[in-house]
Ligand binder design. Structure first.
Ligand code: WT7
Length: 653
């Protein structure tokens, strides 16, 4: 690709209080610089200090080795032995056995479950014994298709205890996606449920389970059904299906279960993620490197202190939930919260009420959530006590400065640093993020590299981009949490991530400013080329969203006779806004002013919402097809709001 011309400049700066910095793990930029340098120049001395904070059954012989450079196969903590479940539970029993490990808040306000480390350990051991009884063993795969209920976390840790590779399938995915993933991973077991609760409604899963049963899946020998809604119409197929409660409370199931001693390079889990082609990739993560990365990044980036309560609002069906709801907080002995419901039910203050109720200290959510709650007005957060909050996090997409400022001022009351964490399913843990006690924060910047991460911005010809010049964000060497391969498709791993066989291609565009701060510019495939100038869509979107009347915007290219590509903007206005031709001119002028005339949208289409996946990502593929005037916009089954597609098609400008 050629260079992305980046015109926006963010001038605002925020620094945490002296008190915060003095008590943080990393207190100054100098201290960060020194340790960052050590993590790159002498990983052999840096990483052992970090990894030794975990419990190993046998120490490693080498910190990092390339097993096969051409094939991009490597091992972190070679020959080291450990168990991830042991590190998340057993090792805390002596000192934190009676501390809360896990708080589950059901969608219904009065439905709460609290587990101390001792209690969670017992539940996990019991379910691990069920897995054993069903004949599952180290290296087998288990698919987990559950909404946000405790059994999801319990079954993941039970798998980890026995060295079974879990593959969690987001419960919002269709049953076809589930079947594909069970087949692709050759899972022997499926853990699912009879239903769930969402937005005040009861969801029934029976049809989904029946469809799995009707499909012949050779590997699948058992299905465990969590009886969540106690749906009478569910009749189990006794040959293969049993209820969770019948299994776990069976007399022959003990509270004690030995853990498997795993090699550092043994896989911990598999998680499917969509790529640029239709077929999802099974991202395979290791045990030792992954756990070290999420353990330490959770600790120092959220600045976690003993006894603190952490809430990650992501669904465990995504990597964020794996790394920073389960493995990161529990390996640190933190109290982690899981919430079954949505931010706006029964009212748009639900998140803030939960923060108040459990005195949440560290809070981690996504820009899409922040924008949608910002749109609801300040009264909702203002009527809750948010004084327990200490650090706020953001993940999933570039956060536009207006949402950042609202989060900072209205939620964090200008006290709490915001850690904008850039990373990916493939990366396991954070790659770029501020160290909150050390770095000056800039709205919309993911700041600096995490330890061991060597990012670089490359232009299309492979040369390094200049300061403030956009390009491909690549990583020059493996970091501990890095994926091992695409499950059963190593070729695809090499082709997708190591196209030049030298550096890891993230697929994102970014620029680095004069202070070495990184700004993400959106996916490379979301880049627009206008008259030979490449513009990051994220930048134009953030500019549109910074107009106070705009709620949200998505920008895609469309074929343009003269310029090559034109800019098509889909814009959602705040509820009270009137749509008029003046408004179109206004917004175009605004972008021209803020970003530059080159970035002025050629077309603006207003809408009440944008097509989104269940994880909140805007489906640009569909918007591109609409902008191109196509009748067939492709598959819409993974959308939360497929009905918007026809409206957008009909109102195309
Ligand atoms: C892609 C990875 C990693 C957890 C959730 C998504 C985008 C993620 C940020 C951020 C700008 C971000 C990137 C990345 N992304 N976090 N803080 N700023 N962009 O995981 O589904 O694997 O998606 O999400 O484009 O490549 P994922």
């Amino acid at each position: 690709m050629s260079n992305i011309d980046s015109i926006n400049k963010e001038e605002r700066r925020f620094k945490v209080s002296k008190d915060f910095s003095e008590n943080a793990y990393y207190k100054s930029e100098e201290q960060y610089n020194k340790l960052y340098k050590e993590s790159i120049d002498s990983p052999d001395t840096f990483w052992p200090v970090v990894a030794n904070k975990l419990s190993w059954n046998k120490s490693w012989t080498d910190v990092f080795v390339w097993d096969d450079y051409d094939q991009k196969k490597f091992t972190w903590f070679k020959n080291g032995k450990l168990n991830a479940c042991y590190n998340c539970l057993d090792r805390h029993l002596e000192t934190k056995g009676d501390q809360l490990a896990f708080i589950w808040q059901g969608e219904k306000e009065n439905e709460v479950k609290k587990y101390t480390y001792k209690e969670l350990h017992k539940e996990v051991c019991r379910f691990a014994n069920v897995l054993k009884k069903k004949g599952l063993k180290k290296g087998d795969r288990v698919s987990i298709y559950l909404p946000m209920i405790p059994e999801l976390l319990i079954s993941m840790l039970a798998c980890a205890r026995l060295g079974i590779i879990h593959t969690v399938v987001f419960a919002g995915f269709s049953v076809e996606s589930l079947i594909d993933r069970i087949k692709s991973s050759e899972s022997k077991m499926l853990i699912t449920c009879d239903g769930g609760y969402r937005n005040g409604k009861t969801l029934h899963f029976k049809k989904k389970i029946d469809e799995v049963l009707e499909t012949h899946i050779a590997s699948l020998i058992s299905i465990i059904v969590v009886n969540r809604v106690n749906d009478d119409s569910v009749i189990l197929n006794k040959d293969i299906e049993t209820y969770w409660s019948n299994e776990v409370f069976s007399d022959d199931i003990s509270d004690i279960c030995d853990f498997e001693i795993m090699d550092s390079s043994d896989p911990l889990f598999l998680l499917y993620t969509s790529g640029t082609t239709g077929k999802p990739k099974g991202i395979l993560h290791s045990t030792g490197g992954y756990l070290t990365h999420v353990f330490y990044s959770f600790r120092v980036i959220f600045d976690y202190k003993p006894q603190e309560v952490f809430w990650c609002t992501a669904d465990i069906g995504w990597i964020t939930g794996h790394s920073y709801l389960v493995y990161g907080p529990l390996s640190n002995g933190a109290t982690t919260i899981m919430f079954e419901g949505v931010p706006t039910y029964p009212e748009p203050d639900r998140f803030w009420k939960i923060v108040e109720k459990f005195k949440v200290n560290l809070f981690y959510t996504a820009p899409t959530v922040i924008r949608s709650l910002q749109k609801q007005g300040d009264d909702f957060p203002n009527r809750c006590d948010l004084s327990s909050l200490r650090v706020l996090g953001s993940v999933g997409e570039p956060i536009n400065p207006e949402a950042w400022l609202w989060y900072y001022e209205v939620i964090g009351k200008k006290r709490c640093p915001i850690v904008d964490t850039w990373w990916q399913t493939e990366s396991g843990g954070f790659l770029l993020c501020p160290f909150p006690g050390a770095h000056v924060l800039k709205p919309g910047s993911a700041s600096k590299p995490f330890f061991g991460v060597v990012p670089e911005i490359l232009k299309e010809d492979g040369s390094r981009a200049d300061v403030n010049e956009g390009g491909n964000l690549v990583i020059k060497k493996p970091w501990p949490g890095m994926m091992q391969t695409v499950f059963k498709d190593h070729e695809r791993y090499l082709k997708t991530y190591w196209p030049d066989n030298k550096v890891y291609f993230s697929g994102d565009g970014a620029k680095v400013d004069q202070d070495g701060d990184f700004f993400l510019l959106g996916r490379i495939d979301d880049v627009i080329n206008v008259s030979g100038h490449r513009l990051g869509t994220a930048e134009i979107e953030a500019t549109l969203a910074s107009d106070l009347r705009v709620s949200e915007a998505a920008v895609v290219p469309f074929s343009h006779e003269i310029k090559g590509q034109g800019i098509y903007a889909f814009v959602v206005m705040n509820d009270d806004q009137e749509i008029s031709p003046e408004l179109v001119n206004d917004l175009r002028g605004y972008v021209a002013k803020k970003v530059g005339p080159i970035a002025k949208p050629d077309k603006i289409q207003f809408s009440t919402s944008l097509p989104k996946t269940r994880s909140g990502k805007i489906m640009r593929r569909i918007l591109k097809a609409i902008a191109e005037g196509k009748e067939d916009v492709g598959n819409t089954t993974t959308l939360v709001n497929p009905e918007i597609v026809d409206v957008l098609k009909a109102e195309r400008v």
